[in-house]
Design a protein around this ligand. Structure first.
Ligand code: BTN
Length: 266
């Protein structure tokens, strides 16, 4: 990546518009190693870029990479994730759990913070389909891919700003409900993540669990879950456990830690 295309800003400027961030950065014209947010017009994957930057840069408290386009975006379960220029926000944030943080809650928590931000932005109820797809009116508006590294969790967040060509009917975008403002949405999501993470570290796992449960649209719903092994479970999702697993009651009771989940009509 050409470093002249890499713009950096400081997170404390987040209350200002992202347009201004870029202005600030343009004036600086440097790649500050202690920068908190790296903005890229295009990158293969923001998760990969954040991992690369972690090797070379000193890390600030909350370290993020955002891009307007990804050429090799990655989704959950080894899938690809399409981020055409101008239609989405691709954001990766480094979260460094302390020893008291329940790691299994981190990916769910990220989805919950994004859901809160998207509710504010769109004026609609955004909720989280377990484990961490953000839905509005039952349609996916955001996906989260969390990857554990030696230095913490890289939380990769892909938000649909505008409908992409060929997007399935099961997807929606910010532009369906409100102005698809990249800078405004980015600021809101980062502010929710920053505040939520700090509240979690001070308030303990119960705080995170409360937020996760309050934004879940899966609990109480009949679901089909396909495990990575291919095993299929059908039943009612009755709770999210304190370690983040989904409790499904069907012909048997299952505690699920990783799966693709479909909501079924009751
Ligand atoms: C999914 O629903 O499968 C998760 C999609 C996650 C996509 C985001 S976009 C930003 C970050 N960088 C990536 O390569 N993937 C995640």
């Amino acid at each position: 990546m050409d470093s002249t295309k890499r713009l950096t800003i400081r997170l404390e400027n987040l209350q200002f518009s992202a347009l201004r961030y870029r202005l600030v950065v343009n004036l600086e014209k440097s790649l500050a190693v202690d920068a908190s947010l790296v903005f890229l017009e295009s990158v293969d994957s923001t998760n990969l870029e954040l991992a690369r930057l972690m090797m070379t840069s000193a890390k600030p408290d909350l370290f993020a990479v955002v891009a307007a386009e990804q050429t090799a975006g990655r989704g959950r379960l080894e899938r690809s994730w399409v981020s055409e220029p101008g239609t989405s926000i691709s954001l990766s944030v480094l979260l460094e759990p302390t020893k008291n943080v329940e790691q299994g809650l981190v990916p769910l928590f990220v989805g919950s913070c994004v859901a809160r931000a998207l509710s504010t932005i769109t004026g609609k109820d955004a909720g989280v389909k377990w484990p961490n797809d953000v839905l509005i009116d039952g349609k996916k508006i955001c996906g989260v891919l969390s990857e554990l590294t030696d230095q913490g969790v890289i939380a990769g967040i892909g938000i649909n700003l505008e409908r992409q060509q060929g997007a399935p009917d099961t997807a929606c975008a910010v532009g369906d409900f409100a102005s698809a403002d990249f800078d405004g949405a980015l600021s809101m999501v980062l502010a929710e993540l920053r505040a939520g993470w700090s509240d979690w570290l001070s308030g303990g796992n119960d705080f995170a669990l409360g937020l996760i449960r309050s934004t879940s649209v899966t609990v109480g719903v009949k679901v089909r879950a396909i495990m990575p092994s291919g095993e299929e479970v059908v039943g009612t999702a009755v709770s999210i456990e304190s370690d983040g697993r989904l409790l499904i009651e069907g012909s048997e009771t299952h505690l699920v830690s990783a799966a693709d989940v479909w909501h079924l009509r009751n």
